[in-house]
Design a binder for this molecule. Structure first.
Ligand SMILES: O=C(O)[C@H](O)[C@@H](O)[C@H](O)[C@H](O)COP(=O)(O)O
Length: 272
């Protein structure tokens, strides 16, 4: 059973006893957002990332969702991607195709993967251009605050160092305010070359889900969520910088990832 708090400041923390319960709730959450977006806007724009996220989304490929979700209305993007060939084991696209896209009826023409035939810089530029075209025709919504794309849902998983997408602690990419998509060539976690959504894009989404599982994430979860983090330099916790301006953030974490919060080492969390 999830310990789920009432939304406060448009953020919510859901803590699960098991990965199975987390996966069940995550599938229902995504399916509900898809239904709402299709009803309100006629389509559903979702940006994915790597890590265990894709396998945690697995229940979407099963009954009832495989039949009830309106897959033809989905448009799939990536919040970050490694600059490797699409058939490389490190490719987020490959992981998503093998574990998700090949199992549901999303149209190939609605899948916006990153060009793996050009430099990482050009791939980032092309990806931003593609997103701009989709904003122009309003498949992707637009933020009234800053003209950024407003994805219906951006799904992120957090690393043990608090990184989200390919935004790593202390990295200058965290400061990028102008571009929607940027690239890095020195990722502390291999592979070194990656493209990533910038913070303004992530924070402009209608919904952001942040998934963190396992004990190795416990301190990063604490730093990202706790109200009081004495002397914490903001850029040491990219996950803490995820604060949708006009959208809603939901954390999906398991007990081990919540263990530092549970231990009472944090003051009241910034989210409930
Ligand atoms: O880009 C990457 O190198 C990974 O995808 C990374 O961002 C991953 O998502 C987190 O480290 C969480 O990993 P898990 O979800 O596997 O715990």
């Amino acid at each position: 059973m999830a310990a789920s708090g009432e939304p406060k400041k448009k953020s919510e923390l859901r803590v699960f006893e098991s990965l199975d319960e987390l996966a069940t709730d995550l599938a229902e959450y995504i399916a509900q957002l898809s239904e709402i977006s299709v009803k309100e806007r006629g389509c559903f724009t979702i940006a994915l990332s790597g890590g265990s996220l894709i396998s945690l989304m697995g229940k979407l490929c099963e009954a009832p969702y495989n039949k009830t979700v309106d897959w033809t209305k989905w448009y799939v993007f990536w919040a970050d991607e490694r600059a490797v060939a699409k058939n490389h084991v490190d490719s987020n696209y490959k992981q998503t195709k093998d574990g998700f896209l090949s199992k549901v009826s999303i149209l190939n023409s609605h899948v916006y993967s990153i060009n793996d035939n050009v430099t990482v810089e050009d791939a980032a530029g092309e990806y931003e251009f593609a997103i701009r075209q989709m904003v122009k025709i309003r498949i992707i919504g637009v933020s009234e605050i800053n003209d950024c794309p407003k994805f219906d849902l951006i799904l992120l998983s957090m690393g043990p160092d608090g990184h989200v997408a390919s935004l790593f602690p202390q990295h200058p990419a965290l400061e990028q305010k102008e571009e929607w998509v940027t690239y890095i060539t020195n990722s502390p976690k291999p592979p070194p070359e990656r493209i990533t959504f910038t913070l303004p894009v992530i924070n402009s989404a209608s919904n952001v889900a942040l998934v963190a599982t396992g004990e190795d994430k416990a301190m990063a979860v604490h730093l990202a969520i706790a109200d009081a983090t004495d002397g914490l330099d903001a850029s040491s916790s990219p996950a803490r910088m995820i604060q949708p301006t006009d959208g809603k953030l939901v954390w999906f974490i398991d007990k081990p990832a919540a263990s530092v919060l549970d231990a009472g080492n944090s003051d009241s969390p910034r989210v409930e």
